[in-house]
Design a protein around this ligand. Structure first.
Ligand SMILES: Nc1nc2c(c(=O)[nH]1)N[C@H]1C(S)=C(S)[C@@H](COP(=O)(O)OP(=O)(O)OC[C@H]3O[C@@H](n4cnc5c(N)ncnc54)[C@H](O)[C@@H]3O)O[C@H]1N2
Ligand code: MOO
Length: 436
């Protein structure tokens, strides 16, 4: 009788998967292409920001002492010596008894030390009547109040969002060094698989995993090269994988890794010295393979059951891709949730249960796909103590690894440790949040 290999713990396999990944080399991209990439350099400013004192208001640049006693009943009249729209290169000087008409953002002219908003004046263009007093510095945006020369504006390792792009642009930088996105080949295997939309003979099913995994790669910030489905011919598969080795940053396969008679991925890679097939103490997702092809390309061989593929990608591949992108934080955000319905979990294996969030008082029978905004619901009727969000299993059949259709309503993955065998209603579970 064949012996059953010892199971590797979920944590150990996650660590081994992450070990295969390192931040990809930096490339220089135009700012227009930088959104969603991770900065590989610090961006500092050479200039103060703002670059010079400028007006916070449309109005008049004045000397504060000239308008110290101005009021609606005793307005002060000043001679208008210049007109300064934003962008004006004109450099007038405001002397005693004079003002410059100025628009928001224009440099404060020499001699002026306060801005009078147009609402406090008669809006004159030759002379202007000022009806309110101003103090030195009023409505002036100071040079360097945002950043001074040498300040770090956006740090290496930052995932560039719109505000970061704006900050880089404001420094006057047009190109940045970023980690490039990982290119990931996705190969689904199995003689029973047919491309979606094609007619199905008896025993055939549409290939959903290559679509799942390619979408998951993109969702993780990678570029997916979707190949297959390929049949159960180990030699052809080995040739395909060796052909990809060195041309992509990672390869993800689905199917053919269990103990069946036609387990093509296992057969194709069994003799690779740096690829190991190890059962992992997790349900779903037990049969796993991991390692490097001879050219150094990391390969992740995931089980074929669709929910197993999905969960395996989440647990083992996604963190590795995020690390390749240069991110330091590679884990999904988690939340602690209360279980509404209970379920049994397999002994000595961690369980990853697709769940959805339900309204505070719901019994979970009605689909409620609106998750709480920030991990915890607060009870409007209670004054303190935020309440935990509540979860139910997303699929009627629990964690059945074939239940791909209902996987679509999952908003999180509840991770139940290996030593727990029963989850009871009211228990707290840790949920990886998989939807935004
Ligand atoms: N005797 C044993 N049998 C099985 C074991 C075991 O320990 N002993 N483990 C089970 C577990 S757990 C899993 S998970 C599966 C994994 O098997 P494979 O990775 O070899 O996957 P396949 O046999 O190729 O397929 C399993 C299942 O998934 C469907 N599938 C596969 N690829 C796709 C795809 N691209 N799109 C949609 N569906 C796909 C396939 O048709 C099968 O139904 O093994 C168990 N068996
Ligand atoms: O571990 Mo398998 O992945 O349960 O279905």
């Amino acid at each position: 009788m064949p012996t059953t290999p010892a199971l590797r713990s979920l944590e150990e396999h996650r660590a081994a998967a992450l070990q295969l990944a390192a931040p990809l080399p930096a490339v220089v991209v135009a700012l227009a292409d930088a959104l969603g990439l991770v900065l590989a350099q610090d961006v500092t400013t050479d200039a103060p920001l703002p670059r010079w004192d400028n007006s916070a208001m449309d109005g008049y640049a004045v000397r504060a002492e000239d308008v110290r006693d101005a009021s609606p009943s005793t307005p002060v009249t000043l001679r208008v010596v210049a007109d300064l729209p934003a962008g004006s290169s004109h450099r007038p000087t405001v002397g005693p008894g004079t003002a410059a008409r100025i628009m928001t953002g224009a440099p404060v002219p020499a001699g002026a030390d306060a801005i009078v908003p147009v609402e406090d004046t008669d809006a004159g263009t030759v002379t202007v009547r000022v009806g309110a007093p101003k103090v030195v510095g009023q409505h002036v945006r100071r040079a360097g109040e945002d950043a001074v020369p040498g300040d770090l504006v956006v740090a290496a390792g930052t995932l560039l969002g719109p505000a970061h792009v704006a900050a880089v642009a404001s420094v006057g930088v047009a190109e940045v060094a970023v980690h490039r996105r990982p290119r990931v080949a996705v190969v689904s295997t199995g003689d029973e698989l047919v491309a979606p939309g094609k007619p199905l003979a008896h025993g055939q099913i549409p290939d959903s995993n290559s679509w799942l995994l390619a979408a998951a790669v993109r969702d993780a910030g990678g570029e997916a090269l979707r190949l297959g489905p390929v049949g159960d011919d180990p030699v052809a598969l080995r040739d395909l994988l060796h052909g990809l080795d060195g041309t992509v940053d990672a390869i993800v396969t689905s199917g053919g890794v269990s103990v069946g008679a036609f387990d093509v991925v296992k057969a194709a890679l069994l003799h690779e010295p740096d690829v190991a097939f190890v059962p992992v103490a997790v349900q779903p997702g037990k049969p796993q393979g991991l390692g490097r092809l001879p050219g150094g390309t990391p390969v992740f061989t995931l089980p074929g059951n669709p929910v197993s593929s999905f969960v395996s990608f989440e647990l083992f591949v996604r963190p590795a891709l995020l690390r390749m992108r240069g991110l330091v934080e590679v884990e999904r955000p988690t939340t602690t949730a209360v279980v509404v319905d209970g379920w049994r979990t397999p002994p000595a294996r961690a369980q990853v249960m697709p769940v959805r969030f339900v309204a505070p008082e719901s019994d979970g029978r009605h689909v409620d796909t609106v998750p709480p905004a920030h991990g915890q619901r607060t009870d409007e009727h209670a004054t303190s103590a935020p309440r935990h969000p509540r979860v139910v299993r997303a699929t009627a059949g629990g964690s059945g690894s074939h239940l791909v259709a209902r996987l679509a309503v999952a908003e999180g993955l509840a991770v139940v440790p290996a030593e727990i065998e029963q989850v009871a209603p009211g228990d707290l579970v840790t949920v990886l949040r998989i939807t935004p």
